[in-house]
Design a protein around this ligand. Structure first.
Ligand SMILES: Cc1ncc(C[n+]2csc(CCOP(=O)(O)OP(=O)(O)O)c2C)c(N)n1
Ligand SMILES: [Mg+2]
Length: 909
């Protein structure tokens, strides 16, 4: 297909943003008519002000519509700065000193990446992202980002992850990071420590607060963080303040669905404590974000349409006098016509090219620029690089009421890198500069490093008594201290009483309940607890009824920032849908990503706010790890605490739902997250023990762990807790029911988990009654715990040859347990297989590899071969392999147990 060359005529791609007059030529009479209207508008604006103009325009618009005039829809405003020059506030800083500080940060950020790559080629790092974001960050550091103090909770800032070199370089000027640390950027394992590539609280727990480098996650986390701050205020857990949540994003990043997927929540909730700053350098990694369109125009429409306050910062002060001369609005119109690919070209081409291609379309435009020579023309500064414009936008955003604000700041990727990177498609990856290039950069930004030294790219920090350092310190002092800074202020909980849990140790006394119901009872009880009750944050993505949680609606209410503006249809029922301003449940609607972001905000409040909120996020287990694992990974990095509950779990326990919903994967998917503790409990008392211990470990002992617990919807009688089971429940397995037949020579150990434990118990009976096999049954509550424990022991043994051998817990449990070994769970066979090597003998694993089916539990367990029959049968075949029983017994079993050896393999069918 032949590519159409760019010309102002083929601008259909810009659709709604186009001014119709640009394509349909006007008659002279029409031109005169328009001029008259414009003059009238100017006169009204001058005499009566903007509000009256707005009223008139609205009235005219309505009138035209009623008269059948078709007005093109547009969510866009002209391609100009939202804040006109004459409404710009006074810039309170010392611009010259701030420029010098910024230059020093730029230099050190660059030196850090360049040096790292000299010492270790290909260690990576990014220069050009920060180069474009420097002014956006520095205006924040000097004037807006308030640190946490005794009196003020502080602003929350999500820094664009790839700009981390700039944040480190500033911390170096602030004397918070040493030369050695900078030297060890991206080499964290060096003696004395280094700096992590990106913001990772796990790796730098005294510095970074929010991981932002998986693109798209920081915007959604920031939105839910801002909402969670309101939640804490409305529930009286913290005082209301004007603290802000700032999120710095890349323009390329906004293509991630998570980035824009939750923006309507922010406007619906009127989150005027939230400010997005999109660094619109028009480039991503490979090339332009929207070469053939305009990312700024697109984002403006999306955010305005979603109800946000949008502030465009496109043109720097250099453009103000030119725009002032443009009384006909030709320049702004032309600016709105140009596609991003062409704008990018203007960055790399000489002034003559800009003159010809930008303004050459109209002699009147050319005239506007006739007294500006080519070189200065090329250097006319953009809005995102002009501190005055950025300051104006931040101030307006910080003062804006009733809506969240997004600032779309036009910048140049690789700003200041000149020939080697500025605006080039390769700039994102640029990390090596030769001597000449370094010298040029140094000279451009006036860094006092001699020609002799510059080739080494040394770090440079002016003396403490220099005006730059003094200014920087004063500014930060004024704003409460340094940022980013992560601290843990929450006091540990005492958790003195334990009568909360006793009732669940006693069993359901003949009543059939599911583990989900048992968990909900525990949650209800925790919510009433005097110590932890108010700290509990139940989070649910529109599945509360599925989990039988509707009773909580009434008990603690659903959080709504406006209370309940309507009478709910079920108001006359006991469990009506109660929304309340101090409601405790976060009923997020159908968004697992949003709910997980709430979990993250609540799970990290112990550090962000110094409040020990305890989130319980319950979801359809298939839509947890499978769908939003990267947010779970971010929660882990952030050292979040709390409980994730995979509801309706188990591939064969969730009946009828079929391939999409039946989860046999999540416990395997939980294996890689190092600090998550994953449990597949079968009984209420197991859950009670796990949660009680979890709260203690996380909120009293302050461990950086969190929990994943699967709960099921299959009702059965909950037995009382066997004596001495507690330790095994927590460590991953315990013998639930030993065989009473001590004399049989055929022995087996059966391992069951979750709802499948009951199949193992039935198999135990079958084996004993029909085949004379005495089997013990174990509840395996956590293969993950057994696995990590096994790995630890194995590693210790490898590194300590000749010392006393450590036996993994699995091996310890099975030391005196005779017979063949058979495991069955509702998850992949990989799970029991992951620990089989630490067992004394080989293990036969049954599991649910394959796609689910819409069927009953019994059929599903037959299909996946995890029911009691298959457990018994696998035991017999193991005994056959061991040479303990005869083939004839197994043949008889095929008949008696109704096993079809030719049935299709569930893994592949
Ligand atoms: C989810 C995810 N996908 C891909 C990447 C790899 N990546 C890192 S930076 C980048 C380009 C960023 O472009 P943009 O968001 O415009 O930021 P800029 O550097 O231009 O400011 C990409 C694709 C990532 N970090 N996260
Ligand atoms: Mg970009």
């Amino acid at each position: 297909m032949q590519q159409e060359a760019f010309s102002p005529e083929n601008l259909e791609t810009r659709g709604e943003v186009m001014d119709q007059s640009a394509v349909t030529p006007m008659t002279d009479a029409e031109e005169i008519e328009i001029l008259e209207w414009e003059e009238s508008l100017d006169a009204v604006l001058k005499d009566s002000g903007p509000q009256v103009v707005a009223h008139i325009l609205e009235r005219l618009r309505t009138r035209a519509l009623l008269a059948g005039v078709e007005l093109p829809f547009t969510a866009n405003t002209p391609f100009a700065n939202t804040i006109p020059a004459d409404q710009q506030p006074f810039f309170p800083g010392d611009q010259e000193i701030e420029r010098r500080i910024k230059s020093l940060v730029r230099w050190n950020a660059l030196a850090m990446v360049v040096r790292a790559n000299r010492i270790e080629p290909n260690i990576g790092g990014h220069i050009s992202t920060y180069a474009s974001a420097a002014t956006l960050f520095e205006v924040g550091f000097n004037h807006f980002f308030r640190a946490r103090t005794e009196e003020f909770e502080g602003d929350i800032i999500y820094f664009q992850g790839h700009a981390s070199p700039g944040v480190y370089a500033r911390a170096f000027l602030e004397d918070r990071l040493s030369v050695q640390q900078l030297e060890n950027f991206r080499r964290e394992l060096k003696p004395g420590g280094g700096l992590s590539s990106y913001p990772h609280p796990w790796l730098m727990p005294d510095f970074w607060e929010f991981p932002t480098v998986s693109m798209g996650l920081s915007p959604i986390m920031a939105i839910y963080q801002a909402r969670f701050n309101r939640y804490l205020e409305d529930r009286g857990l913290k005082p209301r303040t004007d603290a802000k949540v700032w999120a710095f994003l890349g323009d390329g990043e906004t293509s991630e669905p998570e980035a824009l997927g939750a923006i309507t929540l922010a406007s619906r909730e009127r989150l005027d404590n939230l400010i997005f700053v999109v660094n619109c350098n028009l480039q991503r990694l490979d090339g332009p974000v929207r070469g053939n369109g305009s990312i700024i125009t697109e984002l403006e429409a999306a955010f305005r349409g979603a109800g946000w306050n949008v502030i465009k910062v496109l043109w720097g002060s250099d453009w103000d006098p030119i725009l002032a001369r443009d009384t006909e609005g030709l320049l702004v119109r032309r600016m709105g016509e140009i596609v991003d690919g062409e704008y990018q070209k203007f960055v790399v081409e000489p002034g003559s090219y800009i003159r010809q291609h930008f303004f050459g379309t109209d002699p009147r435009l050319l005239k506007l620029f006739e007294d500006i020579p080519d070189e200065p023309l090329r250097k006319l500064r953009l809005g995102g690089h002009d501190p005055k414009k950025v300051y104006a936008a931040y101030k307006a955003a910080a003062q804006h009421k009733g809506q969240p604000t997004v600032i779309l700041a036009r910048t140049i990727k690789g700003y200041g890198l000149g020939e080697i990177g500025e605006g080039k498609n390769i700039t994102h990856q640029q990390k090596k500069l030769n001597e000449d290039e370094l010298r040029e950069f140094r000279s451009r930004f006036g860094i006092p490093i001699s020609d002799d030294d510059v080739a080494d790219a040394p770090f440079y920090r002016p003396p403490d008594d220099s005006p730059e350092i003094q200014y920087l310190r004063e500014r930060r002092q004024e704003l409460g201290g340094y940022v980013p800074l992560r601290t843990v202020r929450a006091k540990p909980l005492a958790l003195a009483q334990d009568n909360l849990w006793q009732e669940f140790h006693e069993g359901s006394e003949g009543r059939e309940v599911s583990t989900t119901m048992a968990f909900v009872s525990m949650l209800r009880k925790m919510l009433k607890d005097p110590e932890i009750g108010k700290l509990v944050v139940p989070i649910v993505p529109d599945e509360a009824r599925t989990f039988g949680m509707e009773s909580l609606f009434r008990q603690v209410g659903i959080y709504s920032s406006v209370g309940q503006l309507y009478e709910p249809v079920d108001v006359h029922t006991l469990l009506y849908y109660k929304e309340a301003k101090d409601g405790q449940i976060l009923e997020e609607g159908i968004t697992e990503a949003g709910s997980m972001s709430s979990f993250i905000a609540a799970g990290s409040a112990y550090s962000t706010h110094g409040i020990n909120t305890i989130p319980f996020f319950i979801f359809y287990s298939m839509f947890g790890f499978q769908r939003i694992n990267d947010l779970i990974w971010a929660a882990a990095d952030m050292r979040c605490r709390g409980f994730l509950l995979g509801g309706t779990s188990g591939r064969t326990t969730l009946a009828g739902e079929g391939l999409q919903h039946q989860d046999g994967n999540s416990h395997v998917l939980a294996l890689p997250t190092p600090n998550i503790r994953a449990y597949d409990p079968a009984f209420a008392y197991e859950i009670a023990v796990i949660i009680e211990d979890g709260i203690r470990r996380m909120y009293r002992d302050r461990e950086s762990i969190f929990y994943y617990i699967t709960v099921m919807n299959e009702p059965y009688i909950m037995p009382p807790m066997p004596a001495g089971a507690r330790d095994g429940i927590l460590r991953g397995m315990y013998r639930f029911r030993a065989s009473e037949d001590k004399r049989s020579k055929f022995r087996a150990q059966l391992f069951g988990s979750g709802a499948i434990l009951r199949e193992a118990l039935k198999a135990q009976e079958m084996l004993e009654e029909k085949f004379g096999v005495a089997a013990d049954v174990w509840s395996v509550t956590s293969y993950k715990s057994l696995y990590t424990d096994g790995l630890e022991a194995e590693r210790w043994n490898m590194l300590h040859p000749g010392e006393k051998f450590r036996v993994p817990y699995v091996g310890e449990c099975l030391a005196g347990a005779p017979g063949v070994l058979v495991a069955a769970s509702d998850y992949l066979k990989a799970l029991p297989n992951s620990v089989s090597k630490w067992m004394p003998r080989r293990l036969a694993s049954l599991g649910t590899d394959g796609f689910g089916r819409s069927e009953s539990r019994a059929s599903l367990r037959d299909f996946f071969e995890v029911d009691a029959r298959f457990i018994a049968f696998a035991t017999l075949t193991e005994l056959l392999c061991e040479g303990q029983i005869d083939k004839a017994v197994v043949r008889r079993a095929i008949k008696e147990l109704d096993i079809n050896p030719e049935k299709p393999d569930p893994m592949t069918s």
